[in-house]
Design a protein around this ligand. Sequence first.
Ligand code: SAH
Length: 395
Amino acid sequence: MKAAVILKEGKEKSLAIRHPWVLSGAVKGVKGQPGKGDLVRVVDHKGNTLGWGFYNPISPIPVRLVSWGNASVSPDFWKEAIDKAVSSREFLEKDPSTNAYRLVYSESDGLPGLIVDRFGDFLVLQTLNPGMECLKRQIADYLMERLPIKGILEKNDSDVRQREGLPIQTTRLTNGPVPDSTEIVENGFLFDVDLAKGQKTGFYLDQRENRAVTARYAEGKVVLDAFSYTGAFSVYTAGRGAAALVRVDTSQDALDRGRQNLALNKLSHLSDEPIRGNVFQVLRKFRDMGRNFDMVILDPPKLAATKAQRDKAARGYKDINLLALKLLNPGGILATFSCSGGIDAATFERILSWAAKDARREVRILHRLFQGPDHPVLLSFPEAAYLKGLLCQVA
Ligand code: SAH
């Protein structure tokens, strides 16, 4: 029998409903001497096999399951999972107006710790635990064989890797060249994506659908795109007839690329005011100046990674949403988002209601928003749901 991780009595319950994580507190003992990244059997306290997963003794999640039940995992299990993930994105592959989307989303696709984003002819890949790390070359070769792409960049700069004892690195994984940046099309809009140095894998693909919904309300509006990054919401709203743009971000590189993206879409004629600054301060300045907008987009970075940081994050969200509501003209639109795993959709809605009360504005929700369908959420793994948004109209 291969190495096994034995669970404490009662700790088999979450696995029985196919939650893929074994937390360190659930482990009674380890049989054999499994190495970091090995596939191990997971057994209950009576010795019954529950499933198989990647082992990492130093992780707070020492096993991540890749299969359930007794049957051992075939060495090529990941090929089948990749095939499934790729075919479930076929509707995007066939959509001529979009060529950038998430191809593999970790646990949601049965491949814990593997993220693969497609940007046209290139893929950006991340491996976030030692088990996936061991497979990355084989996976890259298979993706090259399976898809009409030219190259794969490994962008392993996520701090999640440090917790798993893995180094931070960005390298080319395949023989083909990978340029520093590439042009993509999303819902018919063009973007120049910085693959090598951009944030995350280069572009926030999870907001694709939400940008389209938000842009439906943009015609004739003066738009404040706060936390604009490379101006994706700006391009969409400008493309749907916004009257003027104000973009705020702390990154000058991102603001400059936003300008390029407006130009790529032939939207340079529009009034565009890029502001390098801290949104928390810029919104206060606008309030003090009495400057108003018809649409405010708030898409901040993660303010709470864990439940422990929730209170501080809640104060941050309330602060910016309160300020944004005050800046809106009557009838104005607020598109507000949170990508913090520690803040669920109900909590986010409650935070907005506190902000509305203090701002003395009547707010109607027009759309409850979520991450796009290329970032699916397994019912048995709700942790994968991190992005939530509310598109609201202010009286
Ligand atoms: N809306 C963007 C994604 C935003 S990501 C899109 O659709 O592509 C969050 C952005 O907020 C990053 O570009 C980051 O540089 C910026 N940022 C982080 N903290 C900030 C702050 N306090 N003030 C302004 N920008 C900030």
